[in-house]
Write a protein of this length. Structure first.
Length: 100
């Protein structure tokens, strides 16, 4: 319809295709942030690094230090929550028509 009214292909992409795809792009971004955090922590646990939260979780597990283990898991949960909320705030700035 936009092409019928004289819109160029660049305008069609910018104002129609991109705006239509933005919600799915941000869904993928939120999933990617969550999975990348999980993969980073698990890879730190099993690769054998000296530093990192994943290694601290594994060390706490091996030494049966439950207070440290729960504290690190709480930090990881809060980190995931904050990253998810950050992406959600960016999403509401770009997708202003979301709840309407």
């Amino acid at each position: 319809m936009a092409a019928v009214f004289g819109a160029t292909p660049t305008q069609v992409f910018k104002y129609i295709v991109l705006y239509e795809a933005l919600p799915q792009i941000f869904i993928g971004l939120r999933l990617a942030v969550s999975f990348s955090l999980i993969v980073a922590i698990v890879s730190e646990m099993f690769i054998g690094t000296e530093l990192g939260l994943g290694q601290r979780v594994y060390d706490s597990y091996l030494t049966n230090n439950t207070t440290s283990l729960y504290a690190i898991l709480l930090v990881l949960g809060l980190l995931g929550y904050v990253l998810n909320k950050f992406i959600s705030l960016i999403e509401t700035k770009f997708i202003f028509w979301g709840g309407k």
